[in-house]
Design a protein around this ligand. Structure first.
Ligand SMILES: Nc1ncnc2c1ncn2[C@@H]1O[C@H](COP(=O)(O)OP(=O)(O)O)[C@@H](O)[C@H]1O
Ligand SMILES: [Mg+2]
Length: 364
């Protein structure tokens, strides 16, 4: 990774050289467990200061990728740099925080005892721990609850205690592996607000998630991962813009006209007199219409539709959606969410927001 050499030399010389732009850069990261290929080929770039969503179905290889980036699993192939340093470098590790996907706390500990224990694992001095623990408790909304035992915490509070643990060393980069999948809508929103607060402090956040709504609401940039491959990557804006379906209402079409249309995009739906073409660029739409008119096709209607992240996600992951694996419903009594889950038949005054996540080939 030749062009990163400059970045590496910049590390530790803050003030003399501009800050390196990337928090994470990987090339061809791969992890095999015997016959099982957990991660085939992950090449991603995560700019500093952004919230990066690593989005994919269960079993896609998200946690394994994070473990490699943290130096907890050794890659079978590929390379990566974290905060300008090679994988596993202690200097980078000191500046990283991690909230694992499945964690268990010693529930008899008080919140601040739990954090003190982890502070010692981070190698923080007693004075640093005394200063930092109230700060992180405050940051995650547990200010004043540090004296309470963890067994008295709600699920959402435990998740926030886990976040506090990940932030103890004031990291430049924090990895959050499915931080809200066990939470209700209120808990999810709280964690999202914390992620936004971390970004506002200049932290880079790497968020593993299978929840489209979560990624859509907090992430600047997304990589969609499916069966160990990164299938799409870009800013949320790019992913949503670079993809539109154009519904065309047309007169009689011959094979030559159909081939002409396919020069502009894939035909994704077709019925008598109407078809839908998937295109990358809205600027191509007038050109397509012009080509159709020149080919003698009558054009009755042209309606472009931007695709949602859900459409992009489902289009990117391989295979046909076979089963609804995860469906979230967020029910709100205006204006505040009430944390209830329900099916979409709630009568007024409920305002219902639904987010479906159909994950083909997912493993539970
Ligand atoms: N230690 C391991 N040994 C064997 N297979 C593993 C191991 N860890 C993960 N896998 C497999 O690798 C694939 C990716 O897993 P994982 O990274 O946990 O996916 P995700 O976090 O996206 O749900 C899965 O098929 C999983 O069963
Ligand atoms: Mg996982």
């Amino acid at each position: 990774m030749a062009q990163l050499t400059r970045t590496e030399s910049a590390e530790g010389e803050a003030g003399r050289l501009p800050a390196p732009p990337l928090a994470i850069e990987t090339r061809g990261l791969r992890k095999e467990y015997g016959e099982q290929v957990a991660v085939h080929d992950v090449t991603i770039a995560v700019p500093r200061g952004e919230v990066f969503g690593f989005l994919g179905p269960n079993g896609a290889g998200k946690s394994t990728t994070v473990k490699m980036l943290l130096g907890l699993a050794f890659p079978t192939a590929g390379e990566a740099r974290i905060l300008g340093q090679p994988l596993g470098a202690v200097g980078a590790k000191r500046r990283i925080g991690f909230l694992p996907e499945q964690f268990r706390f010693h529930e008899w500990l008080r919140g601040e005892e739990f954090l003190d224990f982890h502070g010692q694992l981070y190698g923080l001095s007693r004075a640093e721990r005394r200063r930092r623990i109230p700060e992180v408790l405050e940051l995650v909304g547990l200010g004043g609850r540090g004296r309470d035992r963890l067994r008295t915490y709600s699920k959402g509070m435990l998740q926030r205690a886990g976040l506090a643990q990940a932030l103890l060393n004031d990291p430049a980069l924090v990895f959050l592996d499915e931080p809200t999948s066990a939470l209700d809508p209120i808990g999810r929103r709280e964690v999202r607000d914390i992620i936004r607060a971390l970004k506002a402090r200049g932290m880079t956040v790497f968020l593993n998630s299978h929840l489209l709504s979560e990624v859509e609401t907090v992430c600047d940039r997304v990589a969609i991962v499916d069966r160990g491959h990164v299938v799409r990557q870009g800013t949320l804006k790019e992913l949503l813009q670079a993809s539109l379906d154009v519904d065309l209402t047309l007169g009689a079409l011959d094979d030559a006209a159909l081939r002409r249309i396919e020069e502009y995009g894939a035909i994704v739906a077709r019925e008598a007199g109407a078809l839908s073409v998937r295109m990358d660029d809205i600027e191509e739409v007038p050109r397509l219409v012009d080509a159709l008119v020149r080919a003698g096709v009558a054009v009755y209607g042209v309606t472009p539709h931007r695709r949602s992240l859900e459409d992009v996600f489902l289009g990117a992951v391989e295979g046909e959606p076979s089963e609804v694996r995860s469906t979230q419903y967020e029910v709100r009594i205006h204006p505040a969410p009430v944390g209830a889950f329900g099916l979409p038949h709630s009568p007024p005054p409920f305002v219902l927001r639904t987010a479906y996540c159909v994950l083909p080939g997912a493993q539970r």
